[in-house]
Design a protein around this ligand. Structure first.
Ligand SMILES: *Cc1c(COP(=O)(O)O)cnc(C)c1O
Length: 343
């Protein structure tokens, strides 16, 4: 970690108009973000079950408890009325996930958090570049975490970052990513090394390497090109699918949302594996984002309130291909082949 990481952080800070700390991946960003706001053993964090395992693992990695919440059946984002019912004396934070890139309910989430005295740590891994109420996700709010994994809106091969104004979170994350070695970030950025140093807390080897940052810098410079394509393809999918009798699209405004994935809901779907295989035979890879976390052995909790919306939606969702190397005729081909599955 040195010059390239320093440079990538500066460029990201310009992008968000706020301080940024780069880390080895998005999961590390979530973990250090949680630790930065003081989440510890026994604390509870509200999080939608319909998310990548990383959101849950980042919470349990520090001994805290992820509390699986249900989602809104229209926008697939955390349902705060459901979340409200799961609050206990141990609840310390809420982690909204900007599923597919949308964050429609963010004002409500901040209102809910304020009312219940909770911190907000946004899992914005899907939402790099999304604009909410005329402001970029990350440019406002409490603690916002992004991923630069290979398939995200921009990539550094592997990487992630925290965006926040909270000086304590920033300083803790700077030290924690370099094994807790005090002020090692500052030394490395000025070309020095730390030989004599102090350690005040448990750290991790979660820094970003220069090689990853160098890739990230070039990707960031190409972001608007990638974003336009993702938005154009999602709009085209919407227009081709919106009148389909058994397919429901997730309503998102792709003039402001930069979609990471394109998810549809097929009402009454029971044979996803069959469709997956049949589409694969035509060269089209279908995905599934995600199997709910509360269905897994590690996070299953039979004593909690049920999650009826997540349980039914999770059986009916499919992810269609979406990335900048596609073109419009690919999208039309994918939809026409998908339509044949319904004959
Ligand atoms: C990708 C992703 C992460 C984690 O990012 P990594 O860089 O893969 O560690 C977290 N949450 C969600 C919703 C993601 O899609």
């Amino acid at each position: 970690m040195g010059d390239e990481v320093n440079e990538f952080e500066k460029k990201l800070s310009d992008f968000f108009s706020r301080p940024v700390i780069c880390l080895s991946n998005g999961t590390a960003a979530l973990q250090l973000g949680l630790q930065g706001i003081g989440i510890k053993q026994g604390d509870e964090v509200l999080v939608p079950s319909l998310t990548y395992a990383a959101s849950f693992q980042a919470i349990s990695a520090i001994g805290a408890k992820p509390i699986a919440c249900d989602i809104d059946s229209e926008n697939f984002l955390i349902d705060i009325h459901d979340a409200q019912k799961r609050i206990t004396l141990n609840t310390k934070a809420v982690m909204p996930v900007h599923y597919t890139g949308g964050a429609d309910n963010l004002d409500d989430i901040y209102y809910f958090a304020k009312k219940n005295k909770l911190r907000v740590i946004e899992d914005a891994a899907h939402a790099f570049g999304t604009v909410y109420n005329d402001r970029k996700i990350g440019s406002f709010g409490d603690v916002i975490c992004f991923s630069f994994d290979g398939i995200k809106n921009i990539t550094s091969g592997e990487g992630g970052c925290i965006v926040t104004d909270d000086v304590e979170v920033l300083q803790k994350a700077r030290d924690a990513r370099l094994l807790g070695i005090e002020k090692d970030t500052e030394k490395r950025y000025s070309g020095e090394r730390s030989w004599d140093f102090d350690i005040n807390f448990q750290g991790w080897r979660y820094h970003m390497s220069n090689i990853m940052a160098a890739i990230g810098i070039v990707q960031l410079s190409r972001f608007s090109e990638f974003a336009k394509k993702r938005q154009k393809f999602a709009k085209l999918y919407d227009s081709l699918l919106k009148n389909h009798s058994s397919i429901k699209i997730i309503p998102r405004d792709y003039n402001t949302v930069v979609p990471h994935i394109y998810v549809i809901r097929i009402l009454g779907l029971r044979n996803r594996q069959h469709i997956e295989q049949s589409m694969l035979n035509k060269g089209i890879q279908i995905g599934y984002h995600y199997q709910p976390n509360h269905w897994t052995s590690f996070y299953k909790n039979t004593k909690t309130l049920p999650l009826p919306v997540t349980d039914s939606i999770a059986n009916e969702i499919l992810t269609l291909p979406l990335h900048p190397d596609l073109n419009e005729s690919d999208i039309r081909f994918i939809v026409s082949e998908l339509n044949k599955e319904f004959i």
